[in-house]
Design a binder for this molecule. Structure first.
Ligand SMILES: Nc1nc2c(ncn2[C@@H]2O[C@H](COP(=O)(O)OP(=O)(O)OP(=O)(O)O)[C@@H](O)[C@H]2O)c(=O)[nH]1
Ligand SMILES: Nc1nc2c(ncn2[C@@H]2O[C@H](COP(=O)(O)OP(=O)(O)OP(=O)(O)O)[C@@H](O)[C@H]2O)c(=O)[nH]1
Ligand SMILES: [Mg+2]
Ligand SMILES: [Mg+2]
Lengths: 276, 292
């Protein structure tokens, strides 16, 4: 079995799956092959591919799913805003994802407010302000250097007072290995207690994606992920690495820079890329 | 850890000797794994491993601990060979103005790096100015203005103008008239599937004729790095690479692959978000970090 599994690992890695994730998938495939009944009609190759397909499907369809629109309805009934925080390393598309989500919610007659909790990076507040203006939603912001948690808290109070359905909190990019910045995010989590904590990742990322997912998950907690830049000619292995590491669903994938470039994640599309 | 598994495999190989096929196989597997975990391109990693096998098995190696050192130095040398051994400086003309242009994938760190280079060059006595041809990303102009205000470097931008070549030409002309002699041009992010944006990038290049085009590569880039870099280099003559975000957990193998694809040197690394976080590239320490 070992001989047969090795080329599978190479296939996964070439399809952008992280090395440690590929290891674990191969383990699960070998387990399946050990337990399979060898029917006379199926070739060894088709048995292996079937074992791989089912392992990938198991990973990519985690037990928990999130239906955002029904979750919003649930919170509307409770007369509470649904508070969503977005975090991840630098440049992965957090801010644009918030704009896309605000646009998506608006199309579904759901109101939202943006919270400019990236109070650090140059131009971050103006960037989110311009997105808010284009989408047609309100933005709560303070000055650069102000407390990120305070801005988020402000936005939640505003949403509660005005009956706004959803709060979308933008945070500064941060390396998952930066202790101070992770502590700052933990503080925002404690102060605001978001209902949904969204990890945002970049589909072009290699092995560091596992470290990102694991550390953000252990220090903050991840309810779902958004993986962006899936339009950049990727095989999509990054989605496998992230869902495997978090066991949480992919809420959306980003497939471009326009507001409607936010699509549901379809496991079959990734599996089709990986399975030779 | 990554480094210790590879070192263990090397120790086993040394104690087993050249004749031990199993130890050689183990060593090759551990080497390949180390390179792939550092995001080195699959094909390049396999090539490096077979080169190391050839060289470490056929060379007249001294025994014992020094042989272990020579296997490590062979792996090291194969990687440094891809990156180049000497320090390649950024273009700085002394008899006429210099114009450099930054290109790269969305979010790779171009705008931040533009400001970092501005500070680096200003420290070397040039009169530096920055132009942004990014009329697309909301807040791009403000981002660069805020970064460059820290170092008192002027920024020209015109987000309302639909024509990026016009913006670049106007900004550069303005600064040349004001006797600035080093101008850095920031551009919008793009990837290899966005054919219109690749054309726009090439259009900018041919109209502006910069002295150097720098491809900014995110240090986190994985197995897609090689083909992305190749596409950029085929479209526009890339002169060098700057790798960013090496202050995280990424080992930078994607950047090494990009350098191999574009056949250009890496000149700087970015290891932080502030305007001071730019370091001249050192192949030895880069490879050391990559191998763990
Ligand atoms: N092609 C493409 N570009 C994207 C996608 N998502 C985001 N981008 C681009 O990626 C770049 C970075 O996006 P931002 O939203 O600023 O990323 P961020 O995570 O907020 O960045 P920081 O706040 O600096 O950490 C921008 O140029 C976006 O337009 C996507 O799905 N496809
Ligand atoms: N930690 C770290 N962050 C960096 C580094 N370089 C850039 N960044 C951050 O990465 C994010 C993206 O940087 P930008 O300069 O906006 O990237 P860009 O390539 O101009 O993005 P687009 O214009 O949207 O294509 C920002 O949050 C930067 O602060 C680095 O070396 N280390
Ligand atoms: Mg942002
Ligand atoms: Mg930029």
């Amino acid at each position: 079995i070992k001989k047969v599994i090795h080329p599978l690992k190479d296939i996964l890695i070439q399809n952008e799956v992280a090395v440690v994730t590929a290891d674990k998938i191969c383990e699960s495939v070998s387990d399946k092959l050990l337990n399979v009944e060898y029917k006379r009609m199926s070739s060894p190759k088709s048995l292996i591919l079937e074992a791989l397909r089912s392992s990938l499907l198991e990973i990519l369809q985690p037990e928990e799913t999130i239906d955002l629109l029904s979750l919003v309805e649930e919170y509307k009934k409770k007369k509470q805003p649904l508070v969503i925080a977005f975090f991840g390393i630098n440049g992965v598309g957090k801010t644009l994802s918030i704009a896309k989500l605000g646009y998506y919610l608006k199309k579904n007659d759901i109101s939202s407010v943006f919270a400019a909790s990236d109070t650090f990076r140059a131009g971050s507040i103006q960037q989110l302000e311009q997105h808010a203006k284009k989408v047609g939603v309100k933005i709560i912001s303070q000055t650069y250097g102000s407390d990120a948690a305070a801005v988020a808290f402000d936005a939640v109070s505003h949403a509660s007072a005005k009956g706004i359905d959803v709060v979308l909190i933008d945070t500064a990019g941060r390396m998952e290995t930066n202790k101070n910045l992770m502590a700052e995010l933990q503080k925002l989590d404690r102060v605001v207690e978001p209902d949904l904590k969204i990890f945002v990742g970049d589909a072009l990322t290699g092995n560091s994606l596992v470290s990102q997912a694991e550390l953000f998950n252990s220090k903050i907690g991840i309810d779902a992920s958004i993986i962006n830049k899936m339009d950049a000619d990727v095989k999509g292995g990054a989605t496998i690495s992230v869902v495997h590491a978090t066991r949480k669903p992919i809420l959306f994938i980003g497939v471009g820079q326009k507001y409607n470039d936010l699509k549901p994640f379809i496991p079959e599309q990734i599996i089709k890329n990986v399975l030779p | 850890t990554l480094g210790s598994k590879l070192h263990k495999a090397i120790s086993n190989f040394i104690s087993g000797g050249v004749a031990d096929k199993e130890a050689i196989k183990q060593l090759k597997n551990e080497m390949l794994r180390a390179l792939l975990e550092s995001d080195v391109d699959f094909e390049i990693a396999n090539k490096v491993v077979s080169e190391v096998e050839k060289k470490s098995l056929e060379k007249e190696l001294p025994d014992g601990l020094s042989r272990k050192k020579s296997v490590i130095s062979i792996i090291h040398d194969e990687l440094v060979a891809i990156l180049g051994k000497k320090h390649y400086p950024i273009t700085i003309n002394h008899d006429k103005p210099t114009i450099i242009m930054l290109i790269g994938i969305q979010g790779s760190g171009k705008t931040t790096t533009t400001a970092k280079i501005a500070k680096y060059i200003k420290k070397r006595g040039k009169k530096v100015a920055v132009v942004t041809a990014d009329n697309w990303r909301p807040g791009a102009y403000e981002q660069l203005q805020q970064l460059c205000s820290q170092i008192d470097v002027p920024v020209y931008g015109d987000p309302e103008n639909k024509r990026t070549v016009k913006i670049a030409q106007t900004g550069i002309k303005k600064f040349l008239n004001e006797k600035y002699n080093y101008i850095i041009l920031d551009t919008a992010g793009r990837h290899k599937e966005e054919k219109d944006l690749l054309n726009e990038m090439n259009d900018l290049y041919s109209k502006i004729k910069p002295d150097e085009v720098i491809l900014v590569i995110d240090g986190n880039l994985g197995q897609t790095a090689y083909k992305q870099a190749k596409a950029f280099a085929e479209k526009t003559p890339v002169g060098s690479i700057i790798v960013t975000k090496l202050d995280g957990s990424a080992k930078g193998g994607g950047a090494l692959s990009a350098a191999a694809a574009a056949k250009v040197p890496i000149k700087f690394i970015g290891n932080g978000e502030t305007i001071d976080d730019l370091e001249e590239f050192n192949p030895t320490s880069f490879v050391g970090r990559l191998l763990g």
